[in-house]
Structure formats: C-alpha cells, structure tokens
Design a protein around this ligand. Structure first.
Ligand SMILES: Cc1cc2nc3c(=O)[nH]c(=O)nc-3n(C[C@H](O)[C@H](O)[C@H](O)COP(=O)(O)OP(=O)(O)OC[C@H]3O[C@@H](n4cnc5c(N)ncnc54)[C@H](O)[C@@H]3O)c2cc1C
Length: 813
C-alpha cells in the first residue's frame, strides 16, 4: 500500500496523469512450465474415453502455479517494452524516456495504475498491453483495491477513501446506526487479557461476538487509507516521524513503536506495533521505535530514488533528546549495553549519513497518535473540560444542635444575626449574647477585606518550578499589591498574618466571648480537621469570604456526589486522559533515579519510606441508614451538625457528629418514599482502639455497637420524632477499620493534621524526578478544594510556562 500512496503522492505534486486498467482473466495468461493434467469437467466426458484427461496448455484459476506464471508473463512483457522493475517493490515498473519523461506502472494482481506526464505515451503503453492481454481501460483512476480515489487537480490534492467499505463493515457488524465518535480510542481505554471472558457463561456469550472478524475488517481500513492527517502543503519531501509509548501494554509491559512517513504532504506509510521486547526506560522504548522507523524510511528513500526522486536530506524526527543522543553516540554506554544489538544498527545508518535524526517538539510529532491516545493539542483541549456541567440544587443552611440549643446556620453576610420565625433561637444576639453578635461583626469586618489577598493568587496559577515567577508572581502581583493598598496599613498588616494560625487573628481582635471561640473552633475543625490555633489563616479567610459574601449559596449535586466524579471522568476522557479504575498500584517503577511508571498488583516495593509522611488526623465512625420518609418532617434539612459538649473541645472523641440526608435534595438517591442518611464523626476516632481486631468477633461487634451509640443519638435529634431506630431498613455501621479498608487511607485517617506555624505541608515533588504527589496530604486543609488545588499545581508543573499562561488566559483568571 505504501507504494501506491507514494506514487499517488508523486502524481499529486507533479501533476501527473493517473490512468487505470484492469486485466481480464489475468491468471489465464500465464504459460505453464510443468506438464499438468486435468480431469475432464462434467459434460465433457466422451463415451469410450472416460479415462482420458486434459493436458493444460495455459494456466487456469485455482492452479497453485497461476499467480506466479501470470507475474512472470507480465514481467517479461514489461522488460521487453523497456521497463525496469524496482528492487524496493517488484510490482512497480518504471521507464525513463530520453526527454526526461517517465512512466510508472503499478500492478496489483489484475489491477493497474499507469502514472506519467504524457498521455500519448500512456496510450501507447495501453495499446501494447491490450495486444498481449485482454485489458479493460478504466480511464482516469477512480478506485483501486476498493479504495476510492478522488482528485482535485487544480488544488493538487488526492483523497483516498474507504467510505463504502467502512459502511459495509458497519452494516455487517450491525453498527451502522451507532453514534459516531470523534476519537477511535478514548484515552482511558486499555485492552488487557484480564478482560477476556473467564466464566463459561461469558465465554459462550463472546462466541456470538465476531471479534476477530471485526478486527480483521478494521485492519484492512487501517492499512489502506491514510490516518487523519490533514493535507498540508504539497511539498514533494519525504519526512519520517517516530514515537513510542513506554509500557503501554498493561499485560506484557511492552512498549509500542509508532512511525508515520509523509510524502507530498500526505501520510504514505505508518505503523503502530508492540515492541518485541520489554523496554526498561522511555529512552530505550524510543530508541527501538527509531530503529523500526529508520528501516521504513530507508525503504521509502530507496523506492523514491528508483522512481527518480532524490532529495537533499532525509530526516527522521523524534521527540526524545536522550534517545537521539543514544542513537548518535556509538561509544560504550553502560545504560544501553543490555539493548539488543540489532537496534544499534541505527548508529551505522546515522554514521553513514543515510538518514538524519532530528528533534521535533512533542506537540509537532504527528506520530504521537500512533502510540498514545493523547492528541497534540492536548493542553488546549483542557478548555473543553469546562464544558461539563453538573445540575445542582441550591441551599443556604445547615442545622446545628449545640449544647445551648438548635438553630439554622445560614450563609450570607447578615443571616447569622437575623431572627428566624421558625427557629426562634437563631438570632445570635438572643441566642448567645450581645457580645457574641458584636464580636462576630468585628471578626467579619476584619477578615473579609483580607480575603482579597487570600484570593488574589489563584491556586491554578501555582506551579512547582521557577516558571511560577511568570505564571503567578508577575501575573498576579499587581492585583495583590492593589488589594493590599485598598486594605490600608492595618489591613495590609493583617494580611501578612495569612500564613499564621487563625487563632492569632482572633487574639489580635481580642475576641473573648466563649460562644465565638467555640464556633470558630468548630468551623476550623470542619474545614481542616484542626482547631483555630492550628488552622492556616489564609484558608479560613478564604472560606469566610465564600460563605459570608452577598448572594452566596451552597450547591448539592443532583444524583449525588457521584455525579461530580462522573463529570470529572467524562471531562478527563474528553481531553484524551486515561483513568484506570480498580488498579492497585503495587510498585512505582524507578529507573536511574527517575520514576518511569507504575506496576499494578505484583512485585515488591521500590521506594520505601523515601516520601515524607504527612502528620495525620484520627479516623472515622460512620452510620449509613435507609428509612421510610413517612412521618418525617417535610422540612427536613440536608445537613446537620451536632456538638455534644463544648468543654471537651470539638476535636475530641465522641463529641461532634455530622449528618447528611442527600435524598432531601436529590430524591433519586433513595427508592421512592425513602431517605438515605449518612452520619459520621470525622477525624476523632482513635485507630489504635480498633487495630488488630477481627471484624467477625463478638469483641468487635460489641465495640461497634458501643461506639456508634452517639451517632444514633445524633440522628434521632436531627431527623426528629418521626424517626424510629428499629424501623430502619438499612443499617450499616462503619468503624475506623471499615474506613481504612474502603477508602484505603492510612490508619483510616480523615486527612492531614499539620498545625499552622508548627509544620509545613509536604510539597508535590518527591525525591524522584517525574513522580509527583497530589491529594489532600499535600495541600493545606482537608477536602476536595485542597485536593483540586494540589492536582492543579502538579498539572501546571507538567506543562510549559507558555502553555500554562495560555490556560490561565483561556480560563479567564
Ligand atoms: C465522610 C467524609 C465526608 C467528607 N466531606 C467532605 C466535604 O463535605 N467537603 C470536602 O471538601 N471534603 C470532604 N471530605 C474529605 C475529602 O473526601 C477528602 O479530603 C478527599 O476525598 C481526599 O482526596 P484524595 O484524592 O487526596 O484521597 P482519596 O479520596 O483518599 O483518594 C485516594 C485514592 O487512592 C486509592 N488508592 C490507595 N492506595 C492505592 C494503590 N496502592 N493503588 C491504587 N489506588 C490506590 C484509594 O482507593 C482512593 O480511591 C470528607 C471525607 C469523608 C470521609
């Protein structure tokens, strides 16, 4: 197929005629060298001559000699007419004329293409051919081997299309009504032998799926027509591109080699193939890919030269500088001595200057698509992520049950002070004290202006290298300075406290009212798992600004938090990302000091204890319930907080319970007429109490019942008189052991517990280049915003500064 594409490429760029001929009954033209006899066909047997047979004078269809004899006959005709056969492809014949013109003939069994500058010369050849063989002149080429040829001579373009073939394949496999997608293989898609059917039932089911036959049909399309390469400029230049995907095959850990050769502005040869051996590093995988690509480019070079086309230099482009170095450096190299000697042949090729190997930016490496599912403009496509929306229900409050009484805590600038007719105890003034209300105002007045400084540096602008000077410091310094100026000297001074514990701000404002102290501690604990003396001021100020700004509201995703996860997964896949679910990482593969990949489920630990552990909070107790909604107040709120005792502190065991009843806002999360409820005590459950207990023992069950009692009491308080413990249809208790097991968090922890001013958070970098940490243990605070921010910092560090700036522009911050 490469020969056809190259010749058609020449025809395009040199404006050559392309004519087509079809040989009728081609195999009957062959002369026979052996004596071959044939039984008489039915109806030809003569009476008395039943035992007679026919001696063949000519070749016949069905004879094993037939194709060979036809080729021989045709070859000798072409040689007698002054053509020579290219050594690169024996089906391509060339004749050069004295005036510099030429004719190329490509033959594929009985299909022929004749290409040349001069129609008269082509017609003469056609005439000669028809004298020796029964030929059908098809005129200008329209179709070869089922591939449609469409030509625009004015624009110097040729398209090859297998549309009707592909339509037939779709019909055959009942896929003609399937929804078309823009990408042949979404990023997360990895085939593995693990996905093969194992049960008899599955195997039986798969027998009905014509998998091999479908793959075969697709391969024909893959081999014949060009991949999605835009016809760029019509230059008659051969260029090669190569790439590899390190350990992309999840079964064998083999890498994939890919190459793509372009000629006359179109792709003429390509391959995506699993390497024969397991590469130990990305450099090695690229090195092997280079060798494979080099063989193809040399073949094309020779073929083109035989067709009379020479170019000044032949370049193979690769995006790995280290692989280029390894290919050019023929001196002994300890890191490459294990690589199969045949791959070192590339060094000879480069030494002999048969080809040149040059670096191309990874974004311009068009062979990328043959090895990876990421596209070249992947970073720009991040923008489409924002296209994912999640329907949410708005709400503005949560119920609080404190030793002083119950009230509805609402967000917004003034609500905390208002009297609510339904909840008379709400008014802070009435409920706590006049001082409490006054101090609350004082606190808001002091910290809300600081929020400009806390928010002036978007986490999206942060990256883990010196590029941060461009993406964060330079870009946002003016707005940061402006917000400091607007705050006045006092405010600006306070803003410098953003990296100190929040309690320092509280102390500096001389807030003494006990309720206020408790309330602030509760908010800090819910946000970060620490009380105000351990809470980073910046984080608290940031959240205050969000909660108490005019017009703010809370959102609960309809269909539950799973909807957020689904949207993230969709968004990531849309931009070519890959997510492997249920993939337990056993080993992070480190080679030559660099992290080069992960291995799942087998083998030993490679990097024990070299990554700094983050100090962590204690664990959880959970209660998951399902119960009838009948008899339960219709005004039930989604979120509830129960504090049993201020004296003991909000961060002590068995004291603070949080309750969510998501079916209040998203009824589809429970069966009709039912509610689902999750009650939990975060970050206060000592793991040590449970460590080593067998979950099946009576001792465990007893402890479980005892320790969950406080959760039941809180639920009764929150759901109200209609709730009956005994009538719950679903009752699941989760202990720190359950939490550890299901969430796979070390000792079932809630998250990190670093006291502001006493410790710094571990950063995302590790001792191993290319290995990054993100998640709630690497960014101040506990929770999804911190996880997102930490992920953004890592992602930012992986792209170039210009791409990062471009993204900030696109997002509009
Ligand atoms: C009950 C509860 C309520 C919460 N409420 C809120 C809230 O309202 N707002 C908020 O912002 N935050 C909340 N949080 C905190 C928030 O859920 C966490 O901070 C956040 O999920 C942490 O995300 P992460 O990606 O860092 O870690 P995790 O969510 O713990 O994710 C780590 C993942 O790694 C996987 N894993 C572990 N080991 C391996 C391995 N060897 N190989 C492969 N995979 C592995 C785990 O299975 C897990 O899926 C709550 C937490 C809990 C438990």
């Amino acid at each position: 197929m490469s020969s056809i594409r190259v010749v058609l490429g020449m025809a395009t760029s040199m404006n050559l005629e392309v004519e087509q001929l079809d040989v009728k009954t081609a195999f009957l033209h062959g002369d026979l060298e052996e004596e071959i006899y044939m039984e008489k066909p039915e109806g030809f047997v003569e009476k008395g001559k039943e035992k007679f047979v026919c001696k063949l004078k000519k070749s016949l269809y069905g004879l094993k000699q037939a194709p060979r004899q036809w080729y021989k006959k045709f070859d000798s005709f072409m040689m007698n007419n002054g053509f020579s056969k290219t050594t690169s492809d024996h089906c391509v014949f060339v004749k050069n004329f004295s005036d510099g013109k030429f004719i190329i003939l490509l033959r594929y069994v009985d299909d022929m293409l004749i290409v040349g500058q001069d129609s008269t010369m082509i017609n003469t050849l056609k005439l000669e051919l028809s004298k020796s063989f029964a030929m059908k002149d098809l005129g200008p080429a329209k179709q070869i081997l089922g591939i449609k040829i469409v030509r625009d001579r004015k624009e110097e373009l040729i398209w090859l299309s297998q549309e009707s073939y592909i339509e037939k394949v779709l019909e055959r496999f009942n896929m003609n009504k399937a929804k078309p997608v823009g990408c042949p293989l979404v990023g997360h898609f990895k085939l593995s032998s693990n996905q093969c059917p194992t049960s008899e039932k599955d195997k039986e089911e798969m027998l009905k799926v014509p998998y091999a036959s479908a793959v075969g049909s697709l391969m024909y399309a893959m081999v014949c027509t060009r991949p999605d390469i835009a016809h760029a400029v019509g230059m008659s230049m051969l260029d090669g591109f190569t790439d590899s995907d390190m350990a992309g095959d999840v079964d064998s850990w083999k890498s994939t080699s890919g190459y793509l050769m372009t000629f006359a502005g179109g792709a003429v040869a390509w391959q995506s193939k699993l390497q024969k051996c397991v590469a130990l590093s990305t450099t090695e995988a690229e090195f092997i890919a280079i060798t494979e690509a080099c063989k193809e480019e040399l073949w094309l070079k020779k073929f083109l030269q035989e067709l009379g086309l020479k170019q000044e230099k032949y370049v193979l482009y690769c995006d790995s500088q280290s692989a280029i170095h390894l290919s050019k450096n023929s001196t002994f190299h300890s890191r490459s001595k294990h690589i199969d000697v045949r791959y070192h042949w590339i060094r000879d090729v480069l030494d002999s200057k048969l080809l040149q190997l040059e670096k191309v930016h990874t974004d311009d490496n068009i062979s990328d698509m043959l090895t990876k599912t990421l596209s070249r403009d992947k970073h720009l496509k991040c923008r489409t992520l924002a296209g994912e929306s999640i329907p949410c229900a708005n709400y503005d409050s949560w119920m609080v049950y404190l030793p002083e009484g119950d009230f509805l805590s609402r967000i917004g600038p003034t609500e905390f002070f208002k009297v609510d007719t339904q909840y008379p105890l709400l008014d802070l003034e009435k409920y706590a004290s006049l001082d409490a209300a006054r101090e609350w105002r004082k606190l808001l007045d002091a910290i809300l202006p600081m929020s400009a400084a806390a928010m002036a540096l978007p986490p999206l602008s942060i990256r883990g290298d010196w590029g941060v000077l461009s993406t964060a410091a330079t870009r946002y310094a003016p707005s940061l300075l402006k917000s400091f100026a607007q705050m006045g000297p006092q405010g600006a001074l306070s803003a410098t406290k953003l990296l100190r514990p929040f309690s320092e701000i509280v102390d500096s404002l001389e807030l003494k009212e006990p309720f206020m102290q408790n309330w602030i501690d509760l908010l800090a604990f819910l946000l970060a798992g620490v009380t105000s003396n351990g809470m980073l001021s910046a984080e608290m100020v940031y959240m205050f600004a969000e909660w108490y700004k005019p017009g703010c509201s809370l959102e609960y995703p309809i269909h539950g938090t799973g909807a957020v996860v689904d949207a993230l997964v969709r968004g990531l896949q849309k931009i070519g990302g890959r997510i492997s679910f249920k993939s337990h990482v056993e080993i992070i593969v480190v080679e030559n000091g660099r992290a080069v990949g992960v291995k799942l489920r087998s083998g030993q630990e490679v990097i024990p204890n070299r990554i700094k552990m983050t100090p962590q909070c204690e664990s959880f107790m959970h209660l998951h319930l399902g119960f009838d909604a009948e008899g339960i107040s219709e005004d039930l709120k989604i979120h509830h907080i129960v504090v049993n005792d201020w004296e003991r502190g909000v961060d002590t065991d068995q004291n603070v319970v949080l309750i969510s009843i998501p079916s209040v806002l998203s009824p589809d999360l429970a069966p009709p007429g039912k509610h689902v409820l999750h009650a939990y005590m975060p970050g206060t459950k000592p793991f040590g109490l449970w460590e080593g207990l067998d979950r099946k023992t009576a001792e465990y069950k007893e402890l479980e019942a005892k320790r969950s009692e406080v959760l039941w009491r809180a639920v009764e308080c929150a759901v109200g008189p209609g709730f009956d413990h005994e009538k719950c249809e679903v009752k699941l208790v989760g202990t720190p052991l359950t939490h550890q097991r299901f969430l796979r968090r070390n000792r079932g922890t809630y998250g990190p517990a670093i006291q502001a001013s006493k410790g710094t958070f571990p950063r995302h970098s590790t001792p191993f280049p290319q290995l990054y940490c993100c998640g709630d243990s690497t960014f101040p605070g506990i929770g999804v915003p911190e996880v997102a921010a930490s992920g953004a910092v890592v992602a930012n560090s992986l792209v170039s500064v210009s791409q990062h700036l471009e993204l900030l522009d696109a997002v509009g911050i």
